[in-house]
Design a protein around this ligand. Structure first.
Ligand SMILES: CC(C)(COP(=O)(O)OP(=O)(O)OC[C@H]1O[C@@H](n2cnc3c(N)ncnc32)[C@H](O)[C@@H]1OP(=O)(O)O)[C@@H](O)C(=O)NCCC(=O)NCCS
Length: 172
């Protein structure tokens, strides 16, 4: 199966997407296009080359920032003393039910890390929001770390994101 990853465009069929999480389905059906137009999120869709209008997975990326004090002390100590740390947030991630368990979710995470690392925008930390504990466990497989205060929000240092996206994209 050859996959295509790219910006969500109006010609793609959003309504056929269903992942088992109604809030994520509704987001893609109703909100994603507007978020793109208004600069609230970049939405990247995965499709099969054979049916390029059918969305089989998607994720969102947005600029973000976090308080320096929310990072573990040993990491924060190595950063400049600015009160906040520039970040990129992967806010939503979903794979349509029929394609789950085929590593498409993993490929979407790697694509997100890769896009973030290729971008000229400055950021030091990559954030992911997990909707549920199960999703947090999924992200831990990539060595994302949980925040002490918000166990469903996880983070990764830029350096780690860079090496992960490079070495894993080479392998796949
Ligand atoms: C979570 C989700 C994106 C994962 O995508 P996927 O393509 O099914 O996952 P992958 O096939 O890439 O799985 C990669 C690994 O994570 C594990 N995994 C997948 N989904 C998981 C879940 N919900 N909980 C825990 N582990 C999970 C797989 O077992 C696999 O482990 P392995 O490599 O040791 O076999 C997808 O199942 C989904 O869309 N779920 C509904 C929406 C959702 O919960 N989104 C979460 C983000 S908020």
């Amino acid at each position: 199966m050859k996959l295509l990853f790219g910006l969500l465009t109006p010609d793609m069929d959003r309504n056929g997407f269903t992942c088992g999480e109604p809030a994520l389905d509704a987001y893609l059906h109703k909100q994603a296009g507007q978020d793109m137009r208004r600069g609230f999120a970049t939405v990247i869709a995965a499709r099969e080359e054979a049916s390029p209008n059918k969305i089989i997975g998607f994720y969102t990326l947005s600029a973000a920032s976090i308080l320096l004090t929310s990072l573990p002390e040993d990491t924060a100590r190595k950063m400049p003393r600015y009160p906040s740390v520039p970040a990129i947030r992967l806010g939503r991630l979903a794979v349509t039910s029929a394609f789950q368990g085929q590593h498409i979710g993993s490929l979407l995470v790697l694509d997100a890390l890769h896009r973030a690392c290729c971008n000229e925008l400055a950021w030091a930390v990559f954030l992911v929001d997990a909707k549920k504990e199960k999703a947090a466990v999924f992200y831990e497989k990539f060595l994302f770390q949980r925040f002490e205060e918000h166990k469903l929000q996880l983070w990764m240092h830029r350096k780690q994101a860079k090496s992960l996206s490079h070495c894993m994209l080479k392998k796949l």
